[in-house]
Design a protein around this ligand. Structure first.
Ligand code: DGT
Ligand code: CA
Ligand code: CA
Ligand code: ZN
Length: 582
């Protein structure tokens, strides 16, 4: 319930700003959102008690009118003021709000001063020069807006890995519960751990195909049935994502799973490999070539292999290839490493935030959460002073924070806490604290946060300088991209990798599904060059620690092996590496 309430206040704040309410009211609402998000007890319950208003008002940051809205929401599931505000704003403006870099203030100006009520209006206004005619609207701002719109369009309708995965896992569990169903798996780009997912592909085996298909199509959350066949169904879910289901016979499970996992290029390459060996491969199995046209299974030809992926790969003289490697670049030519990175191998989290900056948990709470998640080392790396919007720490606060972390480390059992900082890399490559301050810390994650539109040469110089700095342990989310919304820096990645190797610095795979930065192909380049990699969740709350799986999938796509990932190292080796220049 708290999350819903926070969202409502966030939306209220946005709509108020958009409709020109005074800044005080806007801030009061976004403050409530933050307060509610940070609460550990459920407000929904509190809001249904007799003196709900009084109890809510007693919470720091919640005033009377906010308390009334929370009570209204708990009782009605809606807030009248929000409905009114929504009605007063053109629908198309919501899309305009989503354009990266356009805040409510600017969108209000576009709306009021240039009558822009949709993305289409905005594009037209850019084209006919109306936008440029507005006061305080420079060429550069307009170029940025145009670029952001183009970026939004190409990102299209794909979902982030971290959005698709929980949906797929829920669907798999639901299918598993249907009588007669035996095997269930998700395939497609999700199984390959791609950073964005077009649609979900589910496979099942069952003793009752009709019942399984029927249950799939009528389950809650389905808004539209697109295909309703005997073995193939396709539906659209509430949030718009499409899910394909195929019911396959148990004996062809491996062939079907392999086919629907893809990638398409990998499949094509496998099929050619089969042909080269006098065989035919399709989603029903690997068959001897009988010289006839058409699907061999329809002529009663017996498959050489079909039940498991492993037996099919083996019959093609290949080891089982992990789904993340199935891209058709060079997965057939290279050995599949037997120590490809896994979630289980990771026991150190080296990038995390507490309430000292913009995290939700105290040092103690975060330590316990990390320990519960199986970590044996946790580096606490709150933001540095320049990240003002993230409540970055000035030097005095940092010193006190370091003391607090060391004190907590001495007190809390079962996990080693390291005192660190996520230090801003300025546009020119200099760092946000002086070296004598950095020297106080156990871990320095240096990350770019601002000036993310600088030109590639400047970005390269910036990242290289930080990577060579002797007191920097890790370059955090090196490009600063946000999937689908922000392109981030476009450095010459080979040069950054070379600088990191020179400095003995690790490049981070930030496991947050909005980031996955380094991205897979950059990881691959780093791994090939022998550069160290760190996989961190950048946890701002307890649930974020589970993002590690997405970082690991990205690492596997880059052929990252356990020894190349510092988070897998034995504690003492890791500590020695972190302390090497201190
Ligand atoms: P997506 O959904 O766009 O994120 O990407 P995928 O890879 O999940 O693609 P999707 O859902 O169209 O198809 C799932 C898999 O099925 C795909 O990875 C490979 C296989 N597949 C689909 N169409 C073809 C095809 O025309 N030829 C071959 N060889 N395989 C195909
Ligand atoms: Ca798919
Ligand atoms: Ca599909
Ligand atoms: Zn961070």
């Amino acid at each position: 319930m708290n999350e819903d309430i926070a969202k409502i206040f966030e939306e209220l704040a946005t709509l108020l700003e958009l409709t020109g309410a005074n800044g005080f009211r806007v801030n009061a609402h976004s403050k409530v959102a933050r307060v509610v998000e940070g609460l550990t007890s459920d407000l929904g319950e509190l809001a249904r008690t007799d003196d709900a208003i009084k109890s809510l008002e007693a919470i720091d940051g919640i005033g009377k009118s906010s308390a009334q809205k929370i009570v209204e929401f708990a009782a009605q599931g809606t807030v009248t003021e929000l409905e009114k505000l929504r009605a007063s704003v053109p629908d198309g403006l919501r899309e305009v709000m989503k354009v990266p870099g356009l805040g409510p203030k600017t969108v209000r100006r576009l709306w009021q001063e240039a009558e822009i009520e949709s993305i289409e209006d905005l594009e037209a206004a850019i084209d006919d020069g109306r936008l440029e005619a507005l006061p305080r609207m420079g060429r550069k701002t307009i170029d940025n807006i145009r670029e952001s719109i183009d970026f939004m369009k190409t990102a299209g309708d794909r979902r982030r890995l971290g959005t698709a995965m929980p949906i797929a896992e829920r669907l798999v569990a639901a299918m598993q519960a249907i009588p007669g169903v035996r095997k269930v798996a998700y395939a497609g780009s999700l199984r390959r751990g791609q950073e964005t997912i077009g649609d979900l592909d589910l496979l099942v085996t069952t003793t009752d195909p009709t019942a399984a298909s029927e249950a799939f199509r009528t389950q809650s959350g389905v808004t539209k049935i697109l295909v309703a066949g005997e073995t193939k169904s396709s539906v659209r879910l509430e949030d718009g994502i499409q899910v394909d289901l195929r019911v396959v016979p148990e004996e062809v499970w491996g062939a079907a799973l392999m086919y629907f996992t893809g990638s398409k290029d990998h499949n094509v390459a496998l099929r050619e490999r089969a042909i080269g060996r006098g065989l035919r491969l399709n989603e029903y199995g690997l068959f001897p070539d009988d010289g006839e046209d058409g699907p061999p299974q329809q002529r009663g030809v017996t498959a050489i292999a079909s039940a498991t992926e492993t037996e099919i790969y083996e019959a093609l003289d290949l080891p089982w290839i992990p789904p993340e490697l199935r891209v058709d670049r060079d997965e057939f030519d290279l050995e599949v490493p037997d120590d490809l990175i896994t979630v289980d191998a990771i026991h150190a989290e080296l990038h995390s935030h507490t309430t000292a900056s913009d995290g939700r948990l105290t040092i103690d709470e975060l330590a316990v959460a990390a320990r519960t998640a199986g970590r044996t080392i946790l580096a606490i790396t709150d933001h540095s002073r320049s990240s003002a919007q993230a409540n970055g720490l000035d030097e005095a606060r940092l010193r006190r924070h370091v003391e607090a972390i060391r004190e907590a480390d001495a007190r809390i059992e079962g996990i080693r806490l390291l005192a660190g900082s996520e230090v801003d890399i300025h546009a020119d490559g200099s760092l946000d604290y002086d070296d004598d301050v950095l020297a106080l810390l156990d871990v320095v994650v240096a990350s770019p946060h601002a000036s993310l539109r600088q030109d590639p040469a400047a970005a390269t110089a910036r990242l290289c300088a930080a990577a060579r700095h002797p007191l920097v342990s890790i370059i955090g989310h090196p490009t600063g991209r946000l999937i689908g919304t922000r392109k981030g820096l476009e450095p010459d990645i080979e040069k950054v990798i070379a600088a990191a190797i020179e400095g003995g610095t690790a490049l981070e795979i930030n496991a947050n599904p909005y980031r996955l930065d380094l991205r897979d192909i950059h990881v691959r380049a780093a791994v090939d060059a022998g550069c160290l990699i760190a996989i961190n969740t950048d946890a701002h709350r307890a649930e974020h620690l589970a993002f590690i799986r997405y970082g690991v999938m990205t690492g596997r796509r880059g052929r990252l092996r356990n020894p190349g990932c510092v988070n897998t190292w034995p504690d003492q080796r890791l500590l020695d590496w972190l302390g090497r220049n201190r």
